[in-house]
Design a protein around this ligand. Structure first.
Ligand SMILES: [Zn+2]
Length: 105
């Protein structure tokens, strides 16, 4: 009995809504595409990733560094404690700054 009612229920669900959500998805993806393209086409400027990679790793005297981001505190960077036990420079996950431990012993 329930099986016989199912096709009609599906038909009711497919009215209107799919067409609208499809066009909304299309609009969103086109906005994302244009936005990304806008940033990618200007090759004269460097991307944020390239800029942060140009900042040399900061030498730290100790095993742990507290990174607060740049000098501007309004960027939403919480204090991030980074352990420097590894050999390669540690990267702050918030601002991308790199730190390394100064082995002077
Ligand atoms: Zn940071």
């Amino acid at each position: 009995m329930a099986m016989r009612r199912l096709p009609r229920l599906l038909k009711t669900l497919s009215l209107g809504a799919p067409a609208r959500s499809l066009s909304t998805e299309k609009a969103i993806s086109s906005v994302i595409g244009e936005h990304t393209a806008k940033w990618m086409q200007d090759t004269s400027k460097k991307s944020p990733m390239e800029l942060i990679n140009e900042v040399p790793p900061i030498k730290v005297d100790g095993r742990i560094v507290a990174c607060e981001g740049d000098i501007d505190p309004a960027l939403g960077h919480p204090i991030e404690f980074i352990c420097l036990d590894r050999d390669e420079p540690a990267v702050c996950k918030y601002c991308g700054l790199r730190f390394y431990q100064d082995h002077h012993h």
